[in-house]
Design a binder for this molecule. Structure first.
Ligand code: ATP
Ligand code: MG
Length: 783
């Protein structure tokens, strides 16, 4: 038994923040099936009370229906946050709610002795994480894991003042985009607004809001001279947001400002718990979007920002005349995020990206756009490469000029493949399709390297020296579970990441908690939960799993890879219940039973995407560019010097799996805090709560199981030593003395001391209760 059983009485535990509080136990796990029995009928007749449950563990009985009704009742009253035991459920308001996020509100939560008694809020989670670092003898790093589907509010969970799918500028939409926090609305109410200024600042709200929270909290407890550092660091970290969003976010069918990459931000704290720096780790940028945008979706914001914000001089330099059409910039209504060019430039300046480097960045981007307008036609003579279309010649020339490479060499690289046979090289003409693929590949790899370089630059600018920081609070914002009409390797990777996170949650809260109760000899009946291990085995299992088979096929370089992969998957994984095939479909597919539902993946193109080949000739060409930044981002090993065996090992899934494994290691070493963002309707409209939509999201994240376990268990576990340090003062075991005691008496001594304090606590509670009753009686009597 490693931790103290500190329940003051049956059914009570320690509340958030580690203070004793009474928790009500939920109904028995058997009600998971949600029959509309008498209990629920009774519950539903109490409709006017439903909104008062600020923790879903108080709902009785806990069933999918009662949980849904409760959230719905709260949403109707514009209450967007609700606890679900150890997690926080955040419903996306899709409308401005600036009063929720003012600095006054932050300080209220921060200064409260028991913030958990306040209304549920993301600040409670932030404060709890902060106190866990601050108040402990041996602080453990913290992670705030924010999950949910696209548009659920992960990135802006902290409170953006805009409706996402409101009208795009110039469009005829009907949704309304309110002012951003910091705009006219809030100022009129006389608060100190901590959000970004109207259009001028930041898009990312979670990071910004949590950052601001920690900076405020750190500042309030710091001496004056530290204020400068806090401000400077905070400013720089906040400045990284508009840059990363400009380059990594895009308007999709689900979200006008959808993050097309995952990120884990570590806010670094020194030994006095002051914010001294940060670092960002990014995951799987959706680089295919550069050269190929799904129907009715758009390219990354930065391209539109350049188009909308360039001066006449820049237009000339970037070959972006007014009215110029670019194949890779689908024309549709533009979004507000695409207007933030000045903001991006300012942020770049603040972070120390020099004007000269900025110029190089935009030249590279402009070169990519020119490339998109280069097209090819099939040659009549098969021994000849495809031809460059007449109207493309200027664009090819433009691309070469902007990327500062020879136009002739660029054209050759796109139309002719060089095969290496020993010491000899062989020129092979490319078909129209092959040349288009090479063009796209050039754009994708350049953009992805540029993004990587930006992230490294940002990290160099905001990361504190290793000797300065002692602990961190991490914020994880990754793309939610995806299931589209057509799903390919990108969705397979994204959904795999979600499976890993779900497993972490299941392992941390559900399985570990239950197992620990049993090992500590507590009375406990197991709650059934959906374990996704079999799905993970299917995907990552070795030696035979989807990823290993995909990697093998990618290394073999066969012609009809889709068919072979399908046959191999069917043969090798036929016994796995998490995978199935539609044998009658024309296109080869396989369906994976994910924890959040089945997703059918297209096999065609998967092997090629996984290989993600970059023709070495293209890299060699870019290494000769006169743009130093371009040479720099491709510097390192020249592909010509690398063996093809070495290159083929680095597939997309192997890289992604490795980066996820590192992330999971970090998460496992921290205390996690989960926030589940829920999208109440697919149209991103305020005050619209679609039951079916919400139910499926609640089911997908196993909220009912979570509530059962949280309600029936102990929400907080404190190691004996820390418990004594904190509460020892009640008995004779005051903090410092107990430290000495524990060293003298070992664990048994500390446990006994805890028991003593616990008995005393029990007496204190009884007294408090009795005093309360007496004063109530008194009041009644006086009245
Ligand atoms: P994706 O996975 O596509 O990146 P996401 O979960 O990060 O999606 P956000 O971009 O955070 O989604 O939120 C979508 C939109 O919802 C925002 O643009 C904003 O308009 C609205 N929104 C989110 N959270 C809030 C909030 N707390 N208050 C008001 N509006 C919000
Ligand atoms: Mg996002």
């Amino acid at each position: 038994m490693n931790s103290a059983d500190i329940r003051p009485t049956a059914g009570a535990g320690l509340g958030r923040g580690g203070r004793p509080c009474f928790v009500r136990r939920a109904a028995s796990p058997s009600s998971l099936n949600d029959p509309l029995d008498g209990d629920i009928q009774a519950f539903l007749t109490e409709e006017d009370q439903l909104h008062t449950y600020d923790d879903l563990t108080k709902v009785n009985p806990v069933t999918p229906t009662t949980v849904l009704k409760c959230l719905q009742a709260r949403y109707r009253l514009q209450v967007f946050y609700t606890h679900a035991g150890c997690t926080l459920v955040a419903l996306n308001p899709f409308q401005p709610v600036p009063h929720l996020y003012s600095q006054d509100v932050m300080l209220e939560y921060h200064c409260a002795p028991q913030p958990q008694e306040f209304k549920p809020h993301v600040f409670i989670v932030a404060e709890e994480a902060y106190r866990n670092v601050r108040g402990q003898l041996h602080p453990v790093n913290q992670s705030l894991v924010v999950s949910g589907e696209s548009g659920a509010g992960k990135t802006r969970m902290g409170g953006a003042g805009t409706g996402s799918r409101g009208p795009r500028i110039g469009g005829a939409g009907t949704g309304s985009r309110g002012p951003r926090m910091g705009g006219a609305g809030p100022a009129a109410e006389g608060h100190v607004w901590v959000g970004p200024g109207p259009a001028a600042e930041g898009h990312t709200w979670t990071s910004r809001c949590l950052m601001k929270y920690y900076a405020t909290v750190a500042a309030s407890s710091s001496v004056d001279q530290s204020q400068d550092t806090v401000e400077r660091i905070e400013r720089r970290v906040l400045d990284s947001n508009p840059i990363m969003e400009a380059f990594g976010n895009a308007c999709t069918l689900r979200n006008n400002n959808s993050s097309r990459f995952g990120k884990y931000i570590q806010l670094q704290l020194d030994s006095s718990q002051l914010l001294v720096g940060a670092s960002v780790q990014t995951y799987l940028l959706e680089k295919t979007r550069v050269a190929c945008q799904p129907v009715d979706e758009r390219n990354f914001h930065i391209f539109y920002q350049m188009m909308n914000g360039a001066t006449d001089l820049q237009r000339k330099e970037w070959k972006m005349a007014h009215g110029q059409r670019f194949a890779w910039l689908p024309a549709s209504e533009k979004t507000l995020e695409e207007d933030g060019f000045q903001e991006t430039l300012e942020a770049m300046g603040h972070l120390g990206i020099s004007a000269g480097t900025q110029r190089q960045i935009f030249k590279i981007l402009a070169g990519i756009l020119q490339l998109g307008n280069v097209t090819f036609s099939t040659s009549l003579d098969e021994s000849q490469p495809c031809s460059l279309d007449e109207e493309s010649k200027d664009f090819l020339q433009g691309a070469a000029e902007l990327l500062c490479v020879s136009a002739e060499e660029l054209q050759t690289c796109l139309r002719v493949r060089t095969l290496q046979a020993g010491k000899h090289s062989l020129a092979k003409p490319c078909s129209q399709a092959e040349s288009s693929t090479r063009r796209n590949c050039l754009a994708k790899v350049t953009y992805a390297r540029l993004f990587e370089w930006l992230v490294t630059f940002i990290n160099n600018s905001i990361c504190a020296d290793a000797s300065v920081w002692t602990n961190f609070i991490g914020v994880l914002d990754v793309y939610g579970f995806e299931c589209f009409g057509v799903n390919n390797l990108e969705q397979l990777c994204i959904n795999y990441a979600n499976e890993k996170l779900q497993q972490h949650f299941v392992a941390h809260y559900l399985r570990a908690q239950q197992e620990e109760y049993v090992s500590e000899g507590l009375e406990w009946s197991f709650v059934k939960y959906q374990d996704n291990q079999s799905c993970l085995d299917l995907m990552e299992g070795g030696p035979v799993g989807v990823f290993s088979l995909l990697n093998e096929e990618s290394r073999l370089n066969r012609a009809s890879d889709a068919q072979t992969l399908r046959v191999r998957l069917e043969k090798e994984l036929s016994n796995n219940p998490s995978i199935s095939w539609d044998r009658f479909s024309r296109e080869p597919h396989f369906t994976v039973a994910h924890y959040a539902g089945g997703v059918s993946y297209q096999i065609q193109g998967m092997v090629e995407k996984n290989k993600d080949p970059v023709p070495p000739e293209l890299i060699s060409l870019l290494l000769k560019s006169d743009v130093p930044l371009l040479r720099h981002i491709f510097s390192g090993k020249d592909p010509k010097d690398q063996s093809s065996k070495e290159l083929s090992k680095v597939t997309v899934v192997s890289k992604f799996k490795n980066s996820l494994e590192s992330l999971m290691k970090i998460l496992h070493s921290t205390t996690p805090h989960y926030t589940r963002c829920i999208k109440p309707n697919p149209d991103c409209q305020p005050m619209t709560f679609q039951e079916e939509q919400v139910t499926s999201q609640l089911r997908a994240c196993g909220i009912v199981e979570t509530i059962h376990i949280s309600a029936a268990g102990f929400p907080i576990r404190i190691p004996f030593k820390d418990f004594l340090q904190r509460y020892g003062i009640i008995g004779k075991h005051s903090g410092s003395k107990s430290g000495g005691d524990s060293a003298d008496h070992g664990l048994t001594g500390v446990k006994e001391a805890c028991q003593e304090v616990k008995k005393l606590l029990h007496v204190v509670f009884q007294h408090t209760q009795r005093d309360l009753l007496i004063s109530l009686d008194q009041e009644r009597h006086n009245a």
